[in-house]
Design a binder for this molecule. Structure first.
Ligand code: XBP
Ligand code: MG
Length: 261
């Protein structure tokens, strides 16, 4: 088998979490006496900046503020983000955000097939822990050999740093691994790290440019909600499993060798 590991993104890929993030940000702003309230259209724009702290900084940069006020607000960002993370983990721990279709099935299939698992995300370890514990139970994190998260790297997605970090920790070459992502930033990061990349766009990233993706599907598919039409034809099945990923990786590898790549 040429497939040795799957490296999965978190927000938007494992679960559609960004509405919970948006609510958590707005709660933190209110609690800090700030009259900021990120609407859904505004948040969709802001999402193009990865990393919660970086996202707040990008928002502040566009505000018309006297220099002294700007400096004071920028100084507040770490504590704002800490409060936001507490809000987010509370929302996630409530159980209101489920895993996306087919995620648990694919993780189980990978485990049963001896395919190693990694995470490569911009969010914090705290947020990953909350999502995985709530959806898959207290042993969920043990499924993942490597968890690459947030500030572990200097440059967040679309920089390849987090994927390179996870590949290095796995001790695997990029061409024996497959990335699963939901956004153009995540796709850019995974492709820049040399990975075959499958994209399952989320509610927030539909319409982004996924022309670089090696495979794009509406979801991973599940027995309850199987893939249909073009997606089912592309995969040759109602669900994307390890077998189908392995086949696609082999075809890509052969095509690369044939082109002298
Ligand atoms: C998506 C992100 C994160 C979240 C917010 O991460 O860009 O910043 O939007 O989480 P992923 P933080 O790479 O998993 O798609 O506030 O913890 O950054
Ligand atoms: Mg994502």
């Amino acid at each position: 088998m040429s497939l040795k590991a799957l490296i999965l993104d978190v927000d938007g890929t494992l679960a559609d979490t960004e509405e919970a993030h948006r609510r958590a940000f707005n709660e933190a702003f209110r609690a800090h006496g700030l009259d900021w309230n990120w609407s859904k259209p505004q948040y969709a724009e802001l999402l193009l900046t990865t990393g919660g702290k970086e996202r707040i900084a990008a928002f502040v940069k566009k505000l018309f503020l006297p220099a002294a006020d700007r400096a004071a607000v920028i100084e507040k960002i770490p504590s704002l983000h800490k409060a936001k993370t507490a809000n987010y983990t509370r929302i996630i721990n409530s159980g209101e955000v489920p895993l996306r279709d087919g995620v648990e099935r694919l993780l189980d299939e990978a485990r049963d097939a001896g395919i190693r698992l990694g995470i490569a995300t911009t969010t914090t370890f705290e947020n990953i822990q909350a999502l995985l514990h709530t959806t898959l139970g207290p042993a969920a994190l043990d499924r993942f050999e490597v968890i690459g998260a947030g500030d572990q790297v200097a440059h967040k997605k679309p920089a390849p740093d987090i994927y390179r970090h996870v590949l290095e920790k796995l001790g695997l070459p990029a061409d024996e691994c497959v990335a699963i992502e939901d956004s153009v930033n995540g796709l850019g990061a995974a492709k820049a790290a040399g990975l075959f990349t499958i994209v399952t766009p989320s509610y927030w990233t539909q319409g982004e440019d996924f022309s670089e993706a090696d495979l794009m599907l509406p979801s991973l598919g599940s027995a309850a909600r199987p893939l249909t039409h073009r997606a089912a034809m592309l995969v040759g099945n109602g669900v994307l499993g390890i077998k189908e990923i392995e086949e696609r990786l082999m075809v890509a590898k052969k095509a690369r060798l044939a082109s002298g790549g």
